[in-house]
Design a protein around this ligand. Structure first.
Ligand code: HEC
Length: 146
């Protein structure tokens, strides 16, 4: 696992040096989100409490299109788990708030693992932070809660 981590870091460094800082930053924050229970039962998804912010319709529409063209559906489905978690499960887990939007946007860009079980999400270094945030808004809007 450590070797794997090292190899992965090296690749990230070679590909996008500038994103390395983000990746470390994001990993730390991600660690904070895991409860003890979640570490023991990796498939158990703890819902993070919080209200959803309203997101304008045009942002959601743009996010939907960006996701369709970025190959996300190779690993994700709306309703069902495939290689990655169902988008609706991600929406249930995170409230629509800037801190989670940025956390998830960074994870989309730099890739990652550890939040939902074993599989790894490949990095998407060509996606801009703004577009990644827009994608996150669309995903999280799939389950609104006030
Ligand atoms: C190679 C397969 C793959 C592709 C392509 C992929 N994902 Fe993922 N994604 C995953 C896996 C696996 C996870 C779970 C990672 C984990 O357990 O932390 C994940 C997790 C996520 C999460 C939740 C992260 C978290 O920490 O809770 C979001 C949001 C997400 N993906 C969005 C996207 C978007 C948007 C795209 C398209 C740009 C995308 N994914 C493309 C496999 C993929």
């Amino acid at each position: 696992m450590i070797l794997f981590l090292a190899a992965r870091k090296l690749i990230v460094r070679l590909l996008v040096f500038g994103l390395l800082m983000n990746a470390c930053d994001q990993k730390e924050k991600n660690g904070d989100l895991l409860s003890e229970g979640e570490k023991r039962h990796r498939d158990y998804i703890r819902k993070i409490p919080g209200k959803d912010e309203h997101v304008p319709e045009e942002v959601l529409a743009k996010g939907e299109v960006l996701i369709a063209y970025a190959g996300c559906y190779d690993c994700h489905k709306i309703d069902k788990k495939s290689k990655g978690p169902a988008f609706k499960d991600i929406a249930k887990r995170y409230p629509i708030q800037p801190v989670y939007r940025d956390l998830l946007a960074r994870k989309i860009i730099s890739g990652g693992f550890g939040s939902w079980g074993n599989p790894v999400m490949a990095p998407h270094p060509h996606i801009s932070m703004e577009n990644a945030q827009t994608m996150v808004y669309y995903i999280l809007s799939l389950e609104y809660e006030d």
